[in-house]
Every structure is written in structure tokens, then in C-alpha cells.
Design a protein around this ligand. Structure first.
Ligand SMILES: [Zn+2]
Length: 124
């Protein structure tokens, strides 16, 4: 093996080492993603079960109906001007100072006024 062949072989070995590492990194990332997916799925199932239990307790102890809940869900969904099946997650204008704040904040970052406590008692 002359010097050039040795250099080429070194380059090939180095490239294969890097590719093997990248494959391992991708496999690790895939495992982490699957674990996170399973964790989130379990959390969603738990929240759905909690919502159903709360609704059934409330329904059994009041005169509320499924239709009352559907109407309220549509009202909440429409609060941000979009009926997209989601609660507001974007910016909101502060009713006191008019500046933009995030809907997940309970108070305005600038003036400390209440932002959305009434609208988002149970923010997901
Ligand atoms: Zn404000």
C-alpha cells in the first residue's frame, strides 16, 4: 500500500466512523422521541379520563347536558376569533395598558394587570 492508498483508506475509515456515529445518534433520537410520544399519550389519556369523570360528576349532580358542554366548548373556541378546536395560545392584548402579552400568562408583563385568569382557569 503506497502513501496515497493509505490516505484513501484513512479517509474511508474516518467517513465510516462518522456515519456509524450519525446512525447511532439518529437511533438514540428516535428512542427519545418514542419515549416522549408514549409519555404525552399517557398524559393525554389521563387528562381525557379526568375530564370525563369531572363531567359525569357534574352532569349527575346538576341539570347540565352534553349540549350545554358543546355550546360552552364552541364559545371558548371562538374567543380568539378562530373556531379551530383550540384554546387561545397566542398573544393577547392587555385590557389595562393595551400591550401584547401571552395568553398563558395570568398577568401583564408590563403593568401587572390581569390578562386571562377568567378565560383560562384550566390552561392546558
Ligand atoms: Zn398591561
Amino acid at each position: 500500500m503506497d502513501l496515497w492508498d493509505g490516505f484513501q483508506q484513512h479517509q474511508i475509515n474516518e467517513t465510516m466512523r462518522i456515519a456509524k456515529g450519525a446512525r447511532r445518534d439518529l437511533a438514540d433520537e428516535g428512542k427519545r422521541t418514542r419515549i416522549e410520544f408514549v409519555r404525552l399519550e399517557a398524559k393525554i389519556n389521563h387528562l381525557a379520563l379526568t375530564c370525563q369523570a369531572l363531567w359525569e360528576v357534574l352532569r349527575d349532580q346538576t341539570h347540565l347536558t352534553d349540549e350545554d358542554v358543546r355550546k360552552k366548548m364552541m364559545e371558548i373556541d371562538a374567543r380568539d376569533g378562530n373556531t379551530d378546536g383550540r384554546m387561545i395560545t397566542g398573544p393577547l392584548n392587555c385590557p389595562d395598558c393595551g400591550r401584547e402579552g401571552h395568553s398563558r400568562s395570568r398577568t401583564c408583563l408590563y403593568c401587572g394587570g390581569p390578562l386571562s385568569a377568567e378565560k383560562h382557569l384550566f390552561e392546558p
